[in-house]
Design a protein around this ligand. Sequence first.
Ligand SMILES: Cc1ncc(COP(=O)(O)O)c(C=O)c1O
Length: 443
Amino acid sequence: MPSPTQEKHAKFVLSPWLPQGGLVAPVITRGEGSFIYDEDGKKYFDLGSGLIAVNLGHGHPKVVKAIQDQAAELGYAAPSLFNAKRAALAEELSEISPWAKSGEGCRTFFTTAGAEANDDALRIAQHLTGRRKVLSAYRSFHGSTGSAITLTGEDRRWGGEPGFPGISRFFAPYPYRSPFYAETPQQETERAIEHLERVLMHEDPKRVAAIFVETVVGSNGVIVYPDGYLKALRALTEKHGILLVLDEVMTGFGRTGAAFGAIRFDVVPDMMTFAKGVTSAYVPLGGLMVRESLAKTFDTRALPSGHTYSGHPMAVAAGLAAVRAYKEENLFARGKELESFLAESLAPLAKKYDIVGDVRGVGAFFAVEFVKSKAGKEPLVPWHGDGPGVMKTLYAELRKREVYTFGKFNCCMVAPPLNAKKEDITKAIGALDESIAALAATL
Ligand SMILES: Cc1ncc(COP(=O)(O)O)c(C=O)c1O
């Protein structure tokens, strides 16, 4: 029986991306560390860090205090006025950015979310290059607003079509299901780049302003590009004067075992977008980091973007406290430490269950991909669907065992907060093991 709050929620709130009829979800009332609690007091380990965003766990005292203090001090300042915390956060971001090593640094334009950051990055890339076209990858997600939804390379884009003009897509590597019939990671990289070169030839590289990619494909199944792909992509974009925009909305702030995926994979982009982990998701904040050599263009030309909430004091105060907490608590390195722990803890699931086709990831960012059987690799549920609620069964079984996570299609996210205790992660993976057994028994 739905509770009164569940009934009210279903009656008055529209939930994202789903048919609304019959929706019921736990009513979350409190969060502490790696756990969230529902209205009945039941606790769930947050194995998906919210939406891969609560990288510091819930209720980090320093971030909470920064938000409380900021609310008492100043709730709003127009973005055209200056603000000390906004400046301090942008400086911190420059210092942890992939442009810090060379001394170049960057400037940040703040937004409210990741999608807006990608919209702005696209427009700014067009202004910087004087070119109109943009390329992005199939099987990507870049957000649900204006041009971000058209950049998106999966089914969530379909409802927003025909969309923003001038965006074409290409296939990026997917080692488990190679679109290029590759048999080795090296082949996958080489063939993916060859394919992209061919796409560029047909689009005319001189008309292409930017290529957008997620540094690791996030909500479409945590696809880690094979060695050398991002570097080869960088070389190709440089050759044609095309800007490389890395979408670090999901991968930023320690998720890949470094401040940003760009640093983990040693690639220097032209712009980077971020959101989610910048405040550990406590307050909505996103942004666009522009390398200094490009940002200075706007010393003499107007920046072609602006928002009422750009660099909102509440958001930047939370962001500043969160970024300092990541640094003080060495959490970017903890993400890297969790990589081998998660890989070793999840590997037995792939051996044990014929429906577990692949377990993959980097840092504290993993996914389990489900199949009908290992041999055939046919996805357990079809693209753009969950069959008759097959994956829903898995998430319901997990919740029965006090674990929350989420996924898309046949992939389930395993991405705990960066400061989660190993014993709690082990327990959650034990629950995942039992939940997969329960799911397999229903098939
Ligand atoms: C890689 C990536 N880009 C952009 C977005 C959109 O961010 P937001 O939901 O903050 O608009 C997301 C959201 O999940 C994302 O994963």
